[in-house]
Design a protein around this ligand. Structure first.
Ligand code: IMP
Ligand code: MG
Length: 173
């Protein structure tokens, strides 16, 4: 049997998210922030982050599939659900659970920039910099972690464990 080992506990995750929200609120002072959640993994981070942001916030959601057999090598990502509203002229913050190779975000950020927003930045709860294969600029990072597969706080293993209120790893007994 395998069990889940806590890597980053709830208090630590949420304290860090509050710090990120304070930084973002400061950076967007006097502006409206349009947060775009990358489904499904980004949803828990986005709701928690948005609660602590003090500038006016609007939200939209997008779903992409990144891990197909040929999409992986080409870097092309399929849009499964597109945004409901135009982002033209808006200050957009893309909210992701984790940046791994960077392929998904590279594609998504380029696509969003082509739609004429005032600005586009990226916030990720987790980053695995050692796994990066494409160059991508991340403005707001919660935690940099080593190359291990993590779950919880939005991250899944075969669609399970997203609801865990902490970040963990699967350990074989
Ligand atoms: P990238 O295009 O390689 O950066 O893919 C990032 C996506 O891979 C994330 O949005 C996750 O869905 C998934 N992913 C990468 N690492 C992990 C992990 O450790 N746990 C769960 N999902 C992961
Ligand atoms: Mg994801």
């Amino acid at each position: 049997m395998a069990h889940i080992k806590t890597m980053i506990d709830t208090d630590t995750v949420e304290a860090r998210i509050r710090e990120m929200a304070a930084q973002i609120s400061q950076d967007y002072e006097g502006k409206n922030l349009h947060m775009i959640c990358v489904l499904k993994g980004g949803i828990f981070f986005m709701t928690q982050l948005s609660r602590h942001i003090t500038v006016p916030v609007s939200m939209d959601f997008m779903a992409v599939s990144s891990y197909g057999s040929d999409t992986k090598s080409s870097g092309v990502v399929k849009i499964v659900k597109d945004l409901d509203e135009s982002i033209e002229g808006k200050d957009v913050l893309v909210v992701e659970d984790i940046v791994d190779s960077g392929r998904t975000l590279r594609y998504l950020m380029d696509l969003l920039r082509d739609r004429g927003p005032a600005s586009v930045r990226l916030a990720t709860l987790l980053d695995k910099p050692s796994r990066r294969v494409v160059d991508i600029h991340v403005e707001y990072t919660g935690f940099e972690i080593e190359d291990v597969f993590v779950l919880g706080y939005g991250l899944d293993v075969d669609q399970k464990y997203r609801n865990l209120p902490y970040i963990g790893t699967m350990v074989e007994d």
